[in-house]
Design a protein around this ligand. Structure first.
Ligand code: HAM
Length: 435
């Protein structure tokens, strides 16, 4: 078959849906690593896991994230369920966590509510590197406290997590987008500033100008950038409490020596944000350079039914897919498969003994593969090397009669006889040089 022929999909072949992916090793091992690092860091900061449904009522996101946002307006996978109710695949999880907080009155539990989650999110965006229609997020939310210290600790936690993943060279972009009153005043100021130029701007900006001028700051069209650069910034429109809150967060970051860059045009693509807003960006990512994003969303829980005094909140979500791209670019190797031994039995009559040995070694915590006992030893050793196993355990009839095996180091080819009973101990210390 020619190369071109072998590449062409067969008529019966079924492919993954556009913008979705299958993740296998070595990539999937880095996903596992990000998840393990995140769990460990979250534990130290007192977060507990929450698992919310992937299917949610469409109205949840319309209310929480906002009808005018790209996520809700253009990108949701939404459909009518059999009972004609609109449901969707969640595009993000902050709204779900806030819904669960209200549904289960989680504020009645002692202390601040600190929850983390991991899982797939769905947005019907144009796929490109780092942007998929199904992607994985890890996120955390703190509900029930408005203290600037909480913002600081969340950002500190993120620096810790980034460093643990080898991404300490990310950059933190920080802004405050104030409270609702600030945003109203700022929106008016933006409209006034845009008025002389709006007819020259792109169609999206003209639409945003009418409906939500703040979104103009998200515009990526090259020709619009000089106009956008000259617009007033949100920070000039903060009222006194919002200004004091932001200043306290910045002071703590400065005192603790955590770096950030003020990004007065960072508005984030979701409507629930109030006050602190941030993103961590990374150079290895290209156009989709946000590793993670988040911010404060005081009032969101109240809009979903929580009492006002419990409705402050702040959180973030990181894109696992983007973490993995940045980690690969930083040369972070996937952890090796770590197979301790490949058991090569010399003949089918020894297979039961080989399987029993494998079971004992696995019970002792070792990763073990069993070869095809019908194959010749040379072939089994070849296959053993391909699995990346550190050693082969060769079981021949004479050795088994003596309750022994030949332990062969696959790297060096050195081999020696070892009592079967001592194998687990021997295999558990591969690094030690043996005579
Ligand atoms: P977001 O900025 O929409 O915020 O998404 C957070 C992160 O998810 C992004 O920085 C990016 O790394 C990743 N991400 C978003 N869309 C895609 C995509 N199509 N493909 C791959 N990765 C993507 C939120 O979702 C908020 N819920 C964050 C938050 C939590 N704010 C407060 N609490």
């Amino acid at each position: 078959m020619s190369k071109a022929e072998s590449k062409a999909p067969k008529a019966t072949e079924i492919r993954a849906i556009k913008g979705t992916r299958d993740l296998v090793a070595p990539e999937v091992l880095l996903f596992q690593e990000v998840e393990a690092q995140a769990r460990e860091v979250f534990r130290r900061y007192g977060f507990e896991e929450i698992r919310t449904p992937i299917l949610e009522p469409t109205e949840l996101f319309a209310r929480a994230v906002g009808e005018e946002t790209d996520i809700v307006g253009k990108e949701m996978f939404t459909f009518l369920d059999r009972d004609e109710r609109p449901i969707c695949l969640r595009p993000e999880a902050t709204a779900s966590v806030a819904r669960a907080y209200v549904e289960h009155r989680l504020w009645e539990r002692p202390g601040t509510t600190k929850l983390y989650y991991q899982g797939p999110m769905f947005r019907r965006e144009r796929p490109q590197k780092g942007r998929y229609r199904q992607f994985s997020q890890i996120g955390a939310e703190v509900l029930g406290s408005g203290l600037p210290q909480v913002d600081y600790e969340l950002l500190e936690m993120l620096w810790t997590l980034l460093r643990a993943c080898g991404l300490g060279d990310a950059e933190l972009l920080l802004n405050s987008i104030g409270c609702e009153a600030d945003r109203r005043r700022y929106t008016e100021a933006l409209r006034a500033a845009l008025r002389p130029d709006i007819e020259r701007m792109c169609a999206d900006c003209r639409r945003r100008y009418e409906r939500n001028p703040l979104r103009v700051l998200d515009c990526k069209v090259e020709a619009d950038q000089p106009i956008i650069a000259a617009l007033p910034t949100m920070l000039d429109y903060l009222d006194e409490p919002c200004r004091a809150h932001f200043s306290a967060v910045r002071t703590m970051l400065d005192e603790q020596g955590l770096p950030y860059r003020l990004a007065p045009r960072l508005v984030r693509g979701l409507d629930y944000y109030r006050r602190t807003a941030f993103e961590f960006v990374h150079g290895a990512l290209g156009a989709q350079n946000a590793l993670l994003g988040g911010g404060r969303y005081d009032g969101l829980a109240q809009a979903l039914g929580a009492p006002a005094q419990y409705s402050e909140g702040i959180g973030f979500a990181l894109g696992e897919d983007r973490f993995v791209i940045a980690m690969q670019a930083a040369g972070r190797a996937s952890p090796p498969r770590g197979i301790a031994a490949y058991i090569a039995a010399l003949g089918p009559e020894l297979l039961p003994r080989a399987l029993r040995l494998a079971r004992e070694l696995r019970e002792a915590g070792l990763a073990v593969e069993v070869g095809d006992a019908q194959r010749k030893l040379a072939r089994q050793l070849e296959l053993a090397a391909r699995t990346g196993a550190r050693s082969a355990v060769i079981l021949g009839p004479d050795e088994v009669a003596r309750e022994e095996a030949t332990l062969r180091e696959l790297g060096t080819g050195n081999q020696r006889a070892v009592a079967l009973a001592a194998l687990a101990g021997e295999l558990a210390q591969p690094a030690k040089a043996k005579p």
